[in-house]
Design a protein around this ligand. Structure first.
Ligand code: ADP
Ligand code: MG
Length: 238
């Protein structure tokens, strides 16, 4: 676990600035949801946290360490994407253990961690199956398993549920929250779905066109929106 500090972060692609000085403090163990309309810069910010995109100016720290120039694999972070492509030719166990193998973990260590993650995610009976033999929800859990085995300081989720049907989405929301309650790993979760934000977040960050409009608990945003944008966005039915 670790705190994350995003300080006055800007990002330009060529002459086009997409993040205009974003500051977000994240406490150790917090579940923070970045929410905002498509194109407002959520994924770009998350990719910068993961080290997949460089920072034009400002700083990002994880724990005590400024990570601006730290390579992705040197950051103690695991990311779950929307398109959680599993390796079709590998079993569930091998899919989950693969990133540890890349990091030269011993097979004993890999087995131990995969077993533990499978227990947490109720995947133990499925470890020898192949992705094509799994349901959509089970595949999503394997994708989360790949992140959990790393036992990272920070989890990043980028719209992980947006490809699932409505019923499964609600179930997975609960699973991800339960996972967080159990592991207490600092989490930054991106969505454009305000209901997802309201039900999952310790703290919501409302973004719009590359700036932070408001931060607060779901209740604070609901009761005291700072402006029309926040009021409209949080208050509108899904
Ligand atoms: P969100 O995840 O909130 O939908 P993104 O972070 O994906 O938004 O994108 C924010 C803005 O940055 C968009 O206008 C998008 O077109 C632009 N953008 C994202 N990645 C690139 C890139 N690699 N090159 C140029 N523009 C990009
Ligand atoms: Mg996005």
């Amino acid at each position: 676990m670790s705190s994350v500090q995003i300080r006055d972060v800007r990002k330009s692609f060529g002459n086009f600035e997409v993040l205009h000085g974003v500051t977000i403090p994240i406490e150790d163990g917090q579940f923070v949801v970045l929410v905002g309309p498509s194109g407002c810069g959520k994924s770009t910010l998350l990719r910068m946290l993961a080290g997949l995109e460089n920072i034009t100016s400002g700083t990002i720290s994880i724990g005590d360490r400024v990570v601006n120039n730290v390579q992705p694999k040197e950051r103690d972070i695991a990311m779950v994407f929307q398109n959680y492509a599993l390796y079709p030719h590998m079993t569930v166990a091998d899919n989950m253990g693969f990133s540890l193998k890349l990091r030269n973990a011993s097979s004993e260590e890999i087995n131990k961690r995969v077993k533990r993650a499978a227990e947490i995610l109720a995947l133990s009976p499925l470890l020898d199956r192949y992705p094509r033999q799994l349901s959509g929800g089970q595949r999503q859990r394997v994708a989360m398993g790949r992140a959990i085995v790393r036992d990272p300081q920070v989890f990043l989720f980028d719209e992980p549920l947006s490809n699932l049907d409505a019923k499964l989405r609600v179930a997975m929301r609960t699973e991800i929250k339960e996972l967080h309650q159990r592991l207490k790993t600092t989490t930054v979760y991106v969505t454009h779905d305000q209901i997802e934000a309201m039900t999952m977040a310790d703290k919501i960050v409302v973004m719009h066109d590359g700036i932070v409009e408001q931060m607060g608990t779901p209740l604070e945003l609901y009761d005291k929106p700072d402006n029309q944008f926040v009021a409209g966005f949080i208050g509108s039915p899904a």
